[in-house]
Ligand binder design. Structure first.
Ligand SMILES: [Zn+2]
Length: 209
């Protein structure tokens, strides 16, 4: 089964003002994201979530709060008929170097082992350059969503070769719609988001078409 790895904040749920989700009451799904996960399940994909929660290691978020956030996410996902096969997080604060924070591929490798998935066939859907680079480090295919920090990522890296070959979509729902219409998951990148927003400068980030 193909593995699809999702970022959490900015991909599944909106990124709150505080910069991180402080409790379950602040966890708000991005419209269509939960149904998109259910679509992946129904299409027989493994779905996993990897998230960086530095507030945990910095003592600004308790493990209990993180668990309650994930219980809420799972409950809302249940209501849409979806599930995630694994959810891994990096708890380390920004000033600690570790193997698990993207762009390091540690958690992707762990997922591959746990789920018996071939990472070279996997798709990683995220909103930052770190997501893209982690995907590349294990030979997986990166997809960038414009939700969360995605629009900023695209703008900041306009014309940057690190975006070459990266498919950009509006959000997770669009990414999944694109993915499921492209069963190989490895063909040349399209630009399902319909090209770049009309910002009037730079070149669009999508390549390969
Ligand atoms: Zn870490």
């Amino acid at each position: 089964m193909q593995l699809v790895v999702l970022g959490r904040d900015g991909v599944i749920n909106a990124l709150p003002q505080a910069g991180f989700v402080r409790g379950p009451e602040e966890w708000q799904a991005i419209p269509g994201s939960l149904r998109a996960i259910a679509r992946l399940n129904h299409a027989r994909r493994h779905v996993a979530v990897i998230t960086h929660q530095p507030a945990l290691g910095a003592g600004r978020l308790t493990l209990d709060a993180l668990l309650r956030i994930h219980i809420r996410m799972q409950r809302e996902l249940d209501a849409e008929g979806g599930q995630v096969d694994a959810l891994l997080y990096c708890p380390h604060p920004e000033d600690v170097s570790c193997e698990c924070r993207k762009p390091q591929p540690g958690l992707l490798q762990e997922l591959g082992q746990r789920l018996g998935a071939d990472l070279r066939q996997a798709v990683v859907i995220g909103d930052t350059l770190a997501d893209i680079e982690a995907a590349r480090a294990v030979g997986a295919r990166p997809v960038l969503v414009r939700s969360g920090r995605g629009e900023h990522t695209l703008a900041a890296l306009r014309g940057d070769p690190r975006l070459k070959g990266v498919t950009a979509t509006a959000d997770l729902a669009a990414a999944v719609a694109w993915l499921l219409n492209d069963p190989s998951g490895t063909s040349a990148a399209g630009s399902p988001a319909g090209g770049s927003r009309a910002t009037g400068r730079g070149k669009k980030a999508e390549h390969g078409s």
